[in-house]
Design a binder for this molecule. Sequence first.
Ligand SMILES: Cc1cc2nc3c(=O)[nH]c(=O)nc-3n(C[C@H](O)[C@H](O)[C@H](O)COP(=O)(O)OP(=O)(O)OC[C@H]3O[C@@H](n4cnc5c(N)ncnc54)[C@H](O)[C@@H]3O)c2cc1C
Length: 663
Amino acid sequence: MKSESINIGNFNVRYYAVNTLIIGSGAASLNSAVTLDSIGQKDIMIATTKWGAGTSNNAGSDKQTYYKLSLCGSEPDSVRAMAQDLFNGRCMHGDIALCEAQGSVQAFMKLVDLGVPFPQDKFGSWAGYRTDNDPRARATSAGPYTSKMMFTALSEELKKRSIKVLDNHHVVELLTDKAKTKVIGALAVDTSIVNPHNAFVLFNSVNIILGTGGPGDIYENSVYPLSQTGSTGMAFRAGATGQNLTETQFGIASLKFRWNLSGSYQQVIPRYVSTDRRGNDEKEFLNEHFPDYISLTKAIFMKGYQWPFDSAKVSGLGSSMIDLLVWREISEKGRRVFIDYRKNVSWDRKDKFRPEELDPEVRHYLVSSDAMQLIPIERLISMNSPAVELYRQHNIDLASEPLEIGVCAQHCNGGLKSNIWWESDIGHLFPVGEVNGSHGVYRPGGSALNSGQVGSRRAAVFINRRYNLPVPSRSEFLSVAADHLILVTDQADSWLSSGEKSIKKDVLADIRKRMSGAGSIVRDRNKVASAAAEAFSLYREIKEKIGASTTIELAGCFKITDACLTHLIWLEAIKSYIENNGRSRGSFIITNHKIPETSEFSSPFKDIDLCRYDREVEKNIQEVSFRKGKIKISGVKVREIPVQDLWFEKVWKDYLEDNYLES
Ligand SMILES: Cc1cc2nc3c(=O)[nH]c(=O)nc-3n(C[C@H](O)[C@H](O)[C@H](O)COP(=O)(O)OP(=O)(O)OC[C@H]3O[C@@H](n4cnc5c(N)ncnc54)[C@H](O)[C@@H]3O)c2cc1C
């Protein structure tokens, strides 16, 4: 696995040949590397933008959830029941749901063995709790930093196994055969090299595992960590198809320090206020939309359990009314919104805590949690003091200042499509983790982490059994890749000769504004159409608008081009769904007009037309591809959960004959 040096155009390029290149160092990538190594495929390496960057190692929440089959108590559970619950989230293929359910125990136990501290009792029972969209108590958690602990445990294992990691390597292009049927390698920029003409790194590889995470870079209001950019555009350029890109999840999060305000942050019933841009004209803007103290406090409390915005939980004074009202203050009225833990919700001009007027379920929870103190910060300290400490560690004292919030993008259920071995429709390319859009409209909380672990293992197993092939010779590889490489290096040359342009920052800010404006929880038909048109014209011009003088700026040019294509494709997907008469669902509502100003108690959002899955556009999985500069969108029927023949002798025979690896 030694590197060599070759010349391409004006660039001196470092060259590697390797069976499997793993891109990214999130929990999914690391698991596929560790699995490959443990099952015998040693010819692997990881290329990652920055060790420690990405969502797994930098995001969390009040109680970050991992979803798996129930493993304790007397409540019955089964692989099929779990698959059914994943499938019930709509627009998820049944065979993938079955794999995620079946693989969950193995994936979970591996993390336990690696040292992730999931709690168990003295009998070894893995106690669980119910999370959103979970009819059984399948969820578990190792605390606010579950995914970080997964990252740490997997990285320690990676080090023990001496798996090669190329840090500071931002992969900028996936290389394919001429017909775009399979990947053959990739090109990266090593941002630690000062001279950009020496910074390209070329990989000739049989397989690529793509673990680049979700599109964190394309939203202005985002709770993705700043270090998570995402690189889905690169896979689209290589010809891979995406699915369910309309299904991003949004929810209330703090802005200065990006963190989900779920669980106890809401259950202690803090006060919500808005101000003008300068911090004046403070107003408890929620109050006028609720008829009484009991319904307002209940909606805030329920936001703790029901964190992501859900269009189906707005009516009837539901908890998602809170997200919509926050969104409206910020996006339509141009105000700032804060959660204030120092004071109670006020009612009748008094901000006294009124336990006797709380909904019985809310009161019971607070009493059981020893959280009946007089003000929200005291209740939060009593119920979950690490939640307060966490903000203190980021220089925010919840006891002395209000917390500015927004409705932020957190995760996309959609992404690239794959088969049951996580191989995309471009052969030998395996999207794992969040970049793989295996889920549909709803998913149980915690199933993203399960999917990342199950999928990355399945990809590794398939590669080892089917694609453990010799790497083509350098000349063979270059004879296929040369034209593509020249195009990319010519583009880099042109950026370097024009030098850094200050406009780059504005371009990225534009992309983010456009996505948060048109592609967030409220999607206005006309606004989406014009945003998609703007995105398209930006995409046509972007290469001329930007330039670079240094290696880091060069990598930045590739990143911004990627973000531009990603946001264009996401917006086109949303536009197509609306134009084909898809209705509000999951984490968005569709409007044709400004949301009316009203002080009616019921809801200013009472005319939400909810998806009933009785139209083709709603029943089918939306697929999006980008080929020859054109975006193609179509609908495919959801595959049912397969009926299995589990007769042991039959399974055994297929296994011994290696037939079980079919897709
Ligand atoms: C605030 C928050 C809370 C969450 N809570 C939960 C939860 O409770 N339960 C749950 O299941 N999920 C949760 N999620 C989602 C879950 O954490 C992520 O989906 C998951 O961690 C993604 O892991 P990953 O390995 O796919 O990608 P990431 O961990 O994001 O890693 C991506 C990696 O790819 C690298 N990379 C990107 N582009 C390139 C490139 N071009 N070249 C080289 N490297 C590249 C990055 O640097 C990074 O190392 C949450 C997400 C957020 C933001």
